[in-house]
Design a protein around this ligand. Sequence first.
Ligand SMILES: *Cc1c(COP(=O)(O)O)cnc(C)c1O
Length: 244
Amino acid sequence: MSDVARNLETVRARIGAAAVRSGRPADAVRLVLVAKTVPPERVRLALDAGQRVLGENKVQEGRAKAEALADASIRWSMIGHLQTNKVKDVLRFAHEVQSLDRLPLAATLEKRLQHLGRGLDVLVQVNTSGEASKYGLAPDEVMPFLQALTAFASLRPYGFMTLARFTADTDEIRRCFRVLHAIRARALQEAPQGERLADLSMGMSGDYEIAIEEGATIVRVGQAVFGPRPTSDSSYWPEAASGS
Ligand SMILES: *Cc1c(COP(=O)(O)O)cnc(C)c1O
């Protein structure tokens, strides 16, 4: 058995146990396996072990990898900050976008989707930690944003995504996840999309079990399966990011 297959088995077991701890069935939480920086040959080890949903943070890398793995049946999830000038490229490979965080991006996606004659599953990204370096809407921007999204018929919002603060303080991590959980509760009541906003994508290698305890239905895990990344996380969450 490959190291990837073995790690995947461990992560799946932990996901299942955390789901049961949170009062849900063991299969209630879906795994988006984050493949960034991992070469296609190594990703195949995960495909061989039955994984079908893969996440990428950057458009160019995702597109290249999707082409290299075009023979496999994969659902590609775009989880990283998306620039409007990359929309055309992202729609060449991605089946969903988890990082929808502003109306100009929604408008650009909509225009391209109309042209392609297809729809797109999206999650609304929320900045629950309040850090300036994190992308996503501020919590109090979410309800008006959902209202505005109804103008874009090709976009199918089905929930919310967040990154917790990077800290060893598990209380603070938990607080971030609770913010997202509360946003969903409010959206179920107030947003025009109502109960379709069912999913919460939260939790990464370091905190996915906490996220599940706080209600995650999707976790995005990379390093716990593929091993440590050579690139620093600051290339994915730039210090000076302005959120647009
Ligand atoms: C890289 C990444 C993850 C996974 O991080 P790991 O530490 O590899 O588990 C999750 N979400 C986003 C948005 C990412 O870019």
